[in-house]
Design a protein around this ligand. Structure first.
Ligand code: UTP
Length: 474
């Protein structure tokens, strides 16, 4: 041990991180071993560069020179085209070529829920947890297309055990365990925002944060998930985030476009919704040097964000809702040299509780004190040969739960979920009471097991009357 300790200590000294072991004398043998294991996982040469760029010289990200709005397939594209692509997607589904993939490794700090975000009660009437909402979609799609749809879920080392326990406690929501594949993503040390020093969450523990949803591409490879998919004959991966209960896990139209449209190389495709206003905090799909990219809202110059077309619509309209399709060969190509692939890191200034190494006292910061390094999955878009974007309706597919209250909270998500289901019921001839602003005056929830699409609600399930204030789950 002492030889190992000496070597690691001098490595830390060479990188100006010697404080990490400054309380080593107070640790038990197990604690010390745990800490040394953590240190050995860190690539200090790469970390030095990242600290230099993101802590000492943060200069915002450079915007590409020529920036155009990305073209997209509009929601109201001709019905015959839609039918053709939908049929292509359904064929892929029936042949068992499609897997579902949820990224659920985030820390959900803004929501403040004590547990993995996927366990959060998300629906407006029955309070179904997010994982159950997706599981029911998968069950219903399996039934509809007569096929197995394996489900891959990325966790993090921080929430992996709790996520697994939740699935087991809930009998995997009726899904066959053989078709569930949970795997943890990579982590990065959290850094003091002033000095770039690695933070410790305890005397024997480095404060680590998950390395962003962009870490999913490497994690798919490192975990063996991509080999598992190839062995099952999976060709396309339906990617969505755990915090959007309206995400359509399986969408034949999107699949067909991604796999067959000339505008797509079948590598990586995206869905967008029209931005509500220039200030809305979503990334925007753009085109630069012939490639589709996402420019983050904070990086899009205000002048561009406010530009309008002749008919008054925002010119940079296409908001990113983090729903993608990946081709399995694309992930295989990117990660062919297993250890070398990585998307660029971005800096996020966050609150990270830690200990003061001098005194050993815990510090619970009131203000953001740390830099977390995270990569973003949309940075993979320009690595695809040709990448298309499909417009979808916000009410149908985007009701994220990010915050404890206000915008993108459970309350705002409930309203959108009720609105979607009000429209589905109205399309089936049911009268839904609405308030003066036109919002449904009842809480409405339709299980994916009852209907995956508006036209599918069985007549026997339709409520005869909905009274204002009612809570209806079908
Ligand atoms: P967010 O960017 O909203 O982050 O994640 P978050 O961690 O959930 O929440 P905050 O910022 O701490 O409040 C968007 C999606 O990406 C996943 C999340 O689980 C969520 O589904 N994600 C994020 C990961 O899987 N890994 C990460 O490292 C970060």
């Amino acid at each position: 041990m002492s030889d190992r300790l000496r070597k690691i200590r001098s490595r830390l000294e060479a990188h100006d991180q010697a404080h990490v072991l400054s309380r080593a004398d107070e640790l038990s043998a197990d604690q010390l071993e745990h800490l040394l294991d953590q240190i050995e996982q860190i690539d200090f040469e790469a970390l030095d560069e990242l600290i230099d760029r993101h802590v000492h010289h943060p200069d915002g990200s450079a915007l590409p020179g020529e920036l155009e709005p990305a073209p997209y397939f509009p929601e109201d594209m001709p019905e015959d085209e839609k039918a053709r692509y939908r049929a292509d997607g359904e064929r892929l589904l029936r042949e068992g070529r499609v897997a579902a993939f949820t990224v659920a490794g985030g820390q959900g700090t803004r929501l403040g829920w004590n547990g993995p975000k996927g366990t959060f009660p998300a629906t407006p009437v029955t309070g179904k947890p997010l994982f159950r909402v997706f599981a029911e979609q998968i069950l219903a799609s399996q039934r509809k297309f007569g096929v197995t749809i394996p489900w891959y879920i990325m966790t993090s080392p921080i929430n992996d055990a709790d996520t697994r326990a939740f699935f087991l406690d809930n009998n995997c929501f009726g899904l066959d365990r053989k078709n569930l594949f949970l795997f943890p993503q990579g982590v990065m040390p959290s850094l003091d925002a002033k000095t770039g020093r690695i933070l410790l969450s305890a005397k024997h523990e480095i404060a680590m944060n998950p390395n962003g949803h962009g870490g999913s591409i490497k994690a798919l490879r490192d975990s063996g998930a991509i080999e598992d998919m190839a062995a099952r004959g999976i060709e396309h991966i339906s990617y969505f985030q755990v915090d959007n209960p309206l995400a359509k896990v399986i969408d034949p139209l999107f699949l067909g476009l991604h796999a067959s449209a000339e505008e797509s190389s079948g590598e990586m495709s995206s869905k967008m919704v029209a931005k509500t206003d220039p200030e809305e905090k979503v990334g925007v799909f753009c085109r630069s040097e012939g490639k589709t990219i996402v420019v983050e809202y904070s990086d899009l110059p205000e002048e561009l964000a406010r530009q309008t077309t002749d008919d008054g619509a925002l010119r940079f309209l296409a908001g990113n809702i983090a729903i993608h399709l990946f081709g399995v060969p694309f992930i295989e190509r990117l990660t062919a040299e297993k250890h070398r692939f990585g998307l660029p890191y971005h800096r996020a200034l966050k609150k990270v509780p830690h200990i003061d190494v001098e005194s050993g006292a815990p510090v619970d910061p009131a203000e953001p004190n740390a830099i977390k390094l995270e990569s973003f999955v949309f940075d993979a878009l320009p690595l695809a040969e040709r990448s298309l974007v499909l417009e979808t309706s916000r009410v149908e597919e985007f009701a994220p739960i990010k915050n404890a209250d206000g915008r993108d909270s459970a309350a705002s998500s409930h309203e959108l979920q009720s609105e979607r289901h009000a429209r589905w019921l109205e399309a089936s001839g049911v009268t839904v009471p609405r308030d003066q602003e036109g919002r449904p005056a009842a809480r409405l929830e339709i299980s994916p097991l009852t209907a995956l699409d508006p036209g599918e609600i069985p007549a026997a399930e339709l409520p005869e009357v909905i009274r204002p204030g009612a809570e209806i789950a079908i």
